[in-house]
Design a protein around this ligand. Structure first.
Ligand SMILES: [Zn+2]
Length: 506
């Protein structure tokens, strides 16, 4: 396993130097690998007449068209996996000076082995989308080295220690989150136990391991971790050594961090840093927050500028926005093999944009994505009362509930009144009360905050104990807990389609 430290070289550059270096690296990466070996991009660059020599700055990136999720699937719904994989042409490689030079001291077999290591796909992950066809994403050994590198950096930025015991609670699945956490342990050369999450050994099994391993650090999905820690509290488990919690796979609101901290305190761990990571299948890596000790809010996701370029664009016009301005996250790798997508539109919005200022907490000079992340398309159409076709932004509703400290886990249920498909829609909020506030107070607070956020109020709030909430959310059943359930008739259901070009707010 070869890993690369985030060198002081990259970490000491001014933002202009860094952007210049990224543009230079992009030109050679595109020329040597992507345009030569990707069927999709060879055709695209040819069709658009893109001259690589004219990509001098990161602003010039706008000459390359975006790639969005729907382009990865053909019109008849089949994933176009091969079109996006770098498949080397032996003749092209054989003519290159670097190949000839390498052959001189490694011999033909040595060169062949190197190329296999670089280009042969050996691992696959896929997207988690529920509605759309999962799109496979392939990794070569070269990509797995990067996965170990980013894993190691993740551990370093989150201030882990080699002697710590880590538990990885991500579900065993062909998804980035599990593999990134697994390779973080390998890349950092530290003890990491992967439990496989709730589906493999249930919430109880994870609680048992928590007791047995007495870990220093946990990594997993926030909602699942919440249930594990809460069950551990119920069972009177002691876990006094937890110092770091690293979260991924879902967004992580401030309120949920507070709830996890409170649970750790009840387990005997009073001083825990809670950090989130941000990543997606197409990036093949995840970026972490640092502990940001002494700061009220996290200081953003720390990027790896030598491995990829992150742009923030206006979701409507597609134009790059200024430093610190909100917009949609767009990603271009700088050294990937296997599946490669350029200027990939994530459909994720970042509220505080991209910054090149040194991190106020840890001092690192890498670019950071700052603020809250939400989906461009988490907007649903509801028919409430006489008002038909209300657009409701569920990002807002989810934040309201996550940030409400008096409740623990929650679920929003959408259904038809009287189960009549022609009747109007109802919103029912299921919650678990966490503190001594009365039901009336909690109900009132939820109504008030719903109205403030979206101008609608829930039809009712139902209270449940932790066990019932675990069942409702399907903890340990699926890969993700169900926090928004749509029980309206299928025929009247209107789930938002992937529409990365539009942003709708209620
Ligand atoms: Zn930092």
């Amino acid at each position: 396993m070869k890993t690369k430290r985030l060198t002081t070289h990259w970490d000491s550059l001014s933002s202009d130097e860094l952007r210049h270096l990224q543009a230079a690296q992009l030109r050679s990466y595109l020329a040597d690998h992507v345009v030569s070996f990707s069927a999709y991009y060879r055709e695209l660059f040819d069709k658009e007449g893109i001259d690589l020599n004219r990509l001098q700055t990161l602003e010039d990136l706008s000459r390359i068209p975006f790639t969005s999720k729907r382009m990865l699937v053909s019109d008849d719904g089949v994933a176009r996996t091969q079109d996006f994989v770098l498949i080397p042409d032996e003749k092209v490689l054989g003519r290159r000076f670097s190949t000839i030079a390498r052959a001189l001291y490694k011999g033909r077999t040595g060169v062949k082995e190197d190329f296999e290591r670089e280009y042969r796909p050996i691992l696959m992950t896929s997207t988690t989308g529920r509605s759309a066809e999962p799109v496979p994403f392939l990794y070569t050994q070269h990509d797995l080295d990067h996965l170990a590198t980013t894993g190691r950096r993740l551990m370093e930025i989150c201030d882990s220690r080699k002697e710590y015991r880590h538990i990885n609670l991500f579900p065993f699945a062909p998804h980035l989150a599990f593999w990134q956490a697994h390779y973080a342990g390998l890349g950092y050369n530290t003890f990491t136990l992967s439990t496989g999450g709730g589906k493999v050994m249930g919430t109880e099994g994870n609680v048992r391991l928590l007791k047995k391993i007495n870990p220093d650090a946990l990594i997993g999905m926030p909602t699942f971790l919440y249930h594990v820690l809460q069950m551990a509290v119920e069972e009177g488990v002691d876990a006094p050594k937890i110092k770091r919690i690293v979260l991924g796979g879902e967004k992580v609101p401030t309120g949920l961090r507070r709830k996890l901290k409170a649970l750790c305190a009840e387990l005997g761990s009073g001083n825990v840093d809670i950090m989130a990571t941000y990543g997606f299948t197409e990036a093949k890596m995840a970026w972490p927050e640092c502990p940001a000790r002494g700061f009220d809010e996290a200081t953003g996701y720390h990027l790896y500028p030598d491995l990829g370029i992150v742009e923030v664009v206006d979701p409507d016009t597609g134009e790059q926005v200024g430093e610190g301005e909100p917009g949609e996250i767009v990603y271009t790798p700088l050294d990937s093999r296997g599946s490669v997508v350029l200027r990939y539109r994530t459909g994720d919005l970042i509220s505080g944009g991209l910054t090149y200022e040194p991190c106020p907490a840890c001092g690192r000079r890498v670019p950071r994505l700052v603020g809250k992340i939400s989906r461009v398309s988490n907007v649903r159409r509801l028919n409430i009362g006489k008002v038909k076709g209300n657009l409701v932004n569920f990002n807002e509703l989810e934040h309201v509930l996550d940030d409400l400290i008096m409740i623990g886990s929650w679920q929003i249920e959408l259904r038809k009144r009287n189960d009549d498909p022609l009747d109007c829609d109802e919103i029912i909020v299921h919650v678990e009360a966490r503190d001594s506030s009365s039901k009336e107070v909690i109900e009132h607070e939820i109504e008030k905050r719903f109205l403030e956020a979206t101008e609608i109020r829930p039809n009712r709030v139902e209270f449940h104990n932790a066990e019932t909430m675990r069942k409702k959310q399907g903890v340990g059943k699926g890969l993700k807990e169900e926090k928004v359930v749509d029980n309206r008739e299928v025929s009247s259901r209107e789930t938002p389609k992937e529409t990365p070009n539009t942003i709708t707010t209620a």
